[in-house]
Design a protein around this ligand. Sequence first.
Ligand code: C2E
Ligand code: MG
Ligand code: MG
Length: 502
Amino acid sequence: MAEGKMIHQTALSGKSIQRETHRRHKDGRLIPTSVLGYPIKIGSEIVGAFYIYMNISERKSVEKALAHQAFHDALTGLPNRVLFSERLGRALERIKRNQDHRFAVLLFDLDRFKQVNDSYGHVTGDKLLVAVSSRLSKCFRAVDTVARLGGDEFAVLMEEVDRPEQIIIVVNRAKELVSEPFLINNQEIFTSASIGIVIKTDPYQTPEEIMRDADIAMYRAKELGKGYFKFFSRKMYQQTVALVKLETELRQAIDQKQFELYYQPILDVPTQQLVGLEALIRWNHPVRGMLFPSIFIPVAEDTGLIVPIGSWAIAEACRQLKEWQEEFKVANNLVMNVNISSKQLLLPDFVDYVTNVLQQNDLDPRCLKLEITETVIMQDTKATIERLTRLVNLGVRIVIDDFGTGYSSLSYLQRFPIDVLKIDRSFISGSGNVQDNIEIVKTIISLARSLGLSVVAEGVESLDQLDALKDLKCELAQGYLFSKPLDKLSIIELMKDMKRSG
Ligand code: C2E
Ligand code: MG
Ligand code: MG
């Protein structure tokens, strides 16, 4: 039944009615109108109906604008997260009905966007986002949804994709377009995007699950560097879950004191006398058994948990050395090496913490050496030099660990108050060419000499390697040839032996 007729009949049946409809204006345009229809009654008899029409074009356009605002990003005009999620939900529904309906989700995150904002200002940052959004939109078809999720994050819902190759072609094109310079306020600005992609969408129940996995893949892409893309895989999810689990367990491990220090002897090369110990942390995991640092230190660094863990290691190593010094005369000449991460060193109260630990244990600061890697000293030079100088003033000495694997130059090293270079084990017992390695070790040793530093070789595994080090006049060494890292009880046995042999 035509709408007008329906309104008329309702009114005639005795009920008033309100509807929104369209009416033709006298200039010929159709305009949205609201119509109110009332019955005309005389006594109890309905004799007709009358209508009030109202032009509601203005209200309609406001409503339309509001609806647009709710579903679109104000800056770029792209669909926003709400609309994207709704379209994704619909695509999921379609796939449940028809397995042939394939789609993919691409999550773009701009690299270095924060730097653009910081160095050029937010107005330029905003212009860049608008420019990126228009380039991205050009890469995709009308059926696809290109959305801005917020910040520098964009998402694309690609509909009707049959083969992954199809996606790779489009993604590469999008990547290239984004990496071409943008001319904003007469300045060339460069950016790139890291992209996470979910293609196997049929196992999902909700849009949130898809976005979670696109995010995981995007972070994996970021780990590779700038401007990479990664397809999400089940394995990635499992690894992420495992990582989250590890983090939770690490927190418990701190509370429940599940860490233990092992100690690797450091020897004087000419005399082969024990001169020091390097404290190396182990985690007695309640289910997985003893875990090596490579399994948990990276996670601890990423999550900041390295701070409490590392603090514990310093305190425990110092407490232990003092205990041994009180029991064994030989331990009085021993130095304890403790590894620290940049996160610890850059804490404002790190030096105070070390000072306190030394005081509480009544330990001579010259018995403590702190090992940092080359990458640490290159992170925040000013703060690092300040911290190291204060530590050195205390009497603590600084070792550059894994030396040779970073990129520090001679002039660079001179600026830091360092005492020891520890040559990375890859040059001592690594798989590289022996002659090349000897040359590198030789260079490091002569570099150390010229800077007045002493040298430790780590990872000495064979007598040949030891002989070579002797020839090169390397002073100190540690490695499996002498001893693996030992637990506390084995160190006590070692000290007892030393006592017996005088
Ligand atoms: P690192 O400080 O370079 O320690 C030397 C690593 O080489 C140790 O591994 C040691 O067990 C191993 N190693 C010693 N001699 C030999 C050898 O002859 N051959 C071979 N192949 N390896 C040898 P570990 O104990 O697994 O420690 C790994 C890394 O974890 C350490 O490297 C250090 O960077 C870090 N780490 C250990 N404890 C701590 C800690 O308390 N705090 C922090 N921040 N990092 C720690
Ligand atoms: Mg070390
Ligand atoms: Mg090392």
